[in-house]
Design a protein around this ligand. Sequence first.
Ligand code: ZN
Length: 73
Amino acid sequence: MSKIITIVLLVILGVYLFRRLAGQRGATSKPPENKAAEDMVRCKVCGVNLPRSEAVLSKGRFYCCDEHRRADS
Ligand SMILES: [Zn+2]
């Protein structure tokens, strides 16, 4: 039984290390400043500014949430 736990722990550790390595590689090719300088978009309903990646896009318009997307359609 303890063997299985050891194997599971090793797998988790392996995945963790792999992700850390992949994350570091991603960080070198894309500096963290890029995230701060991410495009800001404005919600068409309430006018709040938010990062493009967090905005809801519909028919070329940005919204802060799905509720506002529906309210404008
Ligand atoms: Zn909104």
